[in-house]
Ligand binder design. Structure first.
Ligand code: ZN
Length: 261
């Protein structure tokens, strides 16, 4: 069965800005989705902010193996209940790929629990995305460096938790560096953050950038059944302990009592 990928995009710059509209006439989401068209092991769909429930209904998420997320000017318009729903699916095992300015999305900050702040500059400078973990599946088939002619600069310090793996580090023409490809795991879900993708430049037409996204989709895919009880916290009575147990000492809780949250 093919990996079911869903590309989510706020799709706001494309509607408001002529430059972005020219680069991505059908939206960034469709530019990314088009790149998956020739990947027979991935089937792709798209969703946008303006759809009912942002296109992220319970049913849609249940049928999604890997969610890709592009957001920027409308982070604050994403409903908290939907963010919570996406978080639960990540905990259950859905992969999540957060792109570029998505570092400040509610879902990324919530899953990582740190400010996720960084330095930035919009000067159309060269970015060199260096592969520092050559055998990582996300780097499969890449040269030692992806050179992007025009990009926005993101610079360290990037206030994320220490990553599980760092796959890419970027160098910018102006001198800064940035951890531009990093992985995390939250619950059963794999998370990959990939830096390039400023809306004013044609980054999502770069075949190597798109290759990273398809590699990352395969890496983030978890073929196990969703761990739907991942958020449960059962009170296991003494007579159900793996080894028979005699209750000792005082107790605050009754057998089978729900814990506090
Ligand atoms: Zn940007």
């Amino acid at each position: 069965m093919a990996i079911r990928a869903l590309v989510w995009n706020e799709n706001e710059h494309e509607k408001r800005n002529a430059l972005v509209k020219k680069l991505y006439p059908h939206g960034i989401h469709n530019a990314i989705a088009a790149a998956f068209a020739d990947q027979t092991d991935i089937e792709v769909d798209t969703a946008t902010l303006d759809m009912p429930e942002h296109g992220l209904t319970e049913d849609r998420l249940a049928k999604t193996d890997v969610l890709l997320w592009w957001g920027h000017m409308a982070h604050g318009k994403v409903d908290d209940a939907i963010v919570e729903r996406v978080q639960k699916r990540v905990w259950e095992g859905m992969g999540l790929i957060v792109l570029h300015s998505g570092h400040f999305s509610k879902i990324f900050k919530r899953l990582l629990g740190t400010p996720c702040s960084l330095k930035w500059r919009e000067a159309g400078e060269v970015e060199r995305v260096w592969v520092i973990n050559r055998n990582h599946p996300i780097a499969a088939g890449l040269p030692e460096c992806i050179e992007i002619e025009h990009e926005e600069m993101y610079g360290e310090p990037f206030t994320i938790p220490e990553p599980l793996e760092t796959v890419f580090i970027s160098w910018f023409e102006g001198g800064e560096v940035f951890r531009s490809g990093v992985t995390f795991q939250r619950g059963a879900g794999r998370i990959f953050y990939f830096r390039p993708g400023h809306e004013a430049y044609p980054t999502y037409h770069n075949p190597l950038v798109l290759k990273v996204l398809s590699n990352a989709t395969r890496w983030a895919y978890n073929s196990a059944r969703p761990w739907t009880s991942v958020d449960d916290a059962p009170n296991v009575p003494h007579d159900k302990a793996p080894v028979p147990l005699i209750v000792k000492g005082p107790r605050l809780h009754e057998d089978g009592e729900e814990g506090y949250r």
